[in-house]
Design a protein around this ligand. Structure first.
Ligand code: NAI
Length: 405
């Protein structure tokens, strides 16, 4: 099967399982609410993202897409989108320089709206050399925790020049996508790549935020003993209360069979820890950037050998260390990303937030980081519940008055 057909089949499959986006497509198609808008995206280019991009186009937008990571762009999806007339500036396995060139090519279309996943588009727009690219920019949406951290830094530096909506912080995003989506897709990817059981293994999860909670919860469900490492005493307490062991990485290093970093920080597993690891330990990262497991220090041990697709084995003092997905976020660089249902929720938030930016500009009058309006969060959850045929109770007028007191 050629790339275009394979990409189309994958997109059709997920599209049939995205009831929220489909409901919004039906409801909004006739209005063409994005007519006149050029939307530039930097997102992991896989099937679910493709369905969002096609939906935005169907609702009237011109869509120009780039990747969000050199390894997470799937060539068949990119080929299929191009075949359907979208502009795609993204290549799988490109260098960081090529990756940046692709983002700049997209930005040179002078977008009205952006979707960023990790903040790379915004970072480039900070550079005076690309100032002209923002002349039509109304604002954008940020998908992930790391992008929000970068946005908050821009605000602290008084350097943010556009309104941005923090999709990551909506309840329908981090409660589901970060927690259950990452929890599920990280394990799907690890078990698929290694063909090893999780049951009876000792799993070390670095970071007990929204993603880490999901990864730890699903590891426990698969029968692993779970150790959590943290830097935040409250999160560490939460992990203890949830029944996990908590240790510093130095003490966890000799105990773990599988390690997952998901902190948004850097240098979480480093050369200090490598000599302490068991023979054949598996290391992987699910955080946004590939600096949580120090791949730089791993490569100081030599090139390593790719013993299976996406498993690179290094040798230290006669022991083997296995790195999955080159240390890039494993579920996207070496897997299929989150299950479709979670991305349906996240992408419905993206769509409705972009629409709010485009059509209710007065709500976003100054450059700042804005929350997703509550009614959008509730609307996404309500459509999702409806699609599952789940009804909930409604407050009576009297109950409303009682609660308002
Ligand atoms: P969060 O802010 O909820 O949690 C991060 C946790 O890591 C915090 O509890 C923090 O105290 C802890 N931490 C920070 N530095 C640490 C260190 N050196 N050692 C141990 N713990 C440390 O963030 P969230 O939402 O869990 O996201 C984490 C990362 O995952 C971000 O980079 C985010 O962009 C990315 N992400 C990845 C996804 C994927 O599909 N792989 C999906 C969503 C987010």
């Amino acid at each position: 099967m050629n790339d275009i057909n394979s990409g189309r089949d994958k997109i059709n499959w997920v599209g049939a399982n995205m009831p929220i986006l489909n409901s919004l497509r039906e409801e909004l198609r006739a209005q063409q609410p994005f007519k006149g808008a050029t939307i530039v995206t930097s997102m992991h280019l896989e099937a679910k993202t493709a369905y969002l991009l096609l939906t935005l186009r169907e609702l009237g937008a011109e869509v120009i897409s780039s990747g969000s990571n050199p390894l997470s762009t799937q060539p068949d999806i990119a080929a299929c989108l191009r075949d359907q007339g979208l502009t795609v500036n993204a290549r799988h396995g490109c260098t960081m320089q090529e990756y940046t060139e692709d983002l700049l090519t997209s930005l040179s279309a002078r977008p009205h709206l952006l979707i960023d996943d990790g903040g790379d588009l915004l970072q480039l727009l900070q550079d005076d050399a690309y100032r002209a690219y923002d002349e039509r920019l109304i604002g954008g949406c940020e998908e992930t925790t790391t992008g929000i951290i970068r946005l908050r830094q821009l605000i602290a530096d008084k350097a943010l020049r556009y309104p941005m909506i923090s999709v990551n912080d909506a309840d329908c995003k981090h409660l589901f996508d970060n927690r259950y989506g990452t929890g599920e897709s990280v394990w799907t990817t690890i078990t698929h790549l290694t063909n090893l059981s999780v049951a009876s293994k000792t799993v070390v999860v670095a970071g007990y935020g929204w993603c880490g909670k999901g990864v730890a919860m699903r590891a426990k469900g698969l029968g692993a003993r779970v150790i959590v490492t943290e830097v935040d005493p409250i999160k560490a307490m939460e992990a203890l209360m949830d029944g996990f062991s908590v240790l510093p990485m130095r003490e966890a290093a000799p105990l773990g069979d599988i390690f997952i970093t998901v902190t948004g920080c850097k240098d979480v597993i480093t050369g200090e820890h490598f000599p302490l690891l068991k023979d054949n330990a598996v290391l992987c990262n699910a955080g946004h950037f590939d600096c949580e497991v120090s791949t730089r220090e791993l490569h100081e041990l030599g090139e390593g050998v790719e013993i299976k697709p996406s498993i690179r084995q290094f040798t230290l003092n006669g022991k083997h260390i296995n790195l999955l997905g080159e240390g890039r976020l494993v579920n996207l660089a070496a897997g299929m990303g989150h299950p479709t249902e979670f991305m349906d929720m996240s992408f419905a938030l993206q769509l409705l937030s972009l629409l709010s930016l485009y059509t209710e500009r007065e709500l976003y009058a100054k450059p700042d980081l804005y929350a997703v309006p509550r009614h959008i969060d509730e609307r996404v959850a309500a459509i999702k519940l409806r699609s599952l045929n789940v009804a909930i109770d409604e407050l009576t007028e009297e109950q409303r008055r009682y609660l308002a007191k």
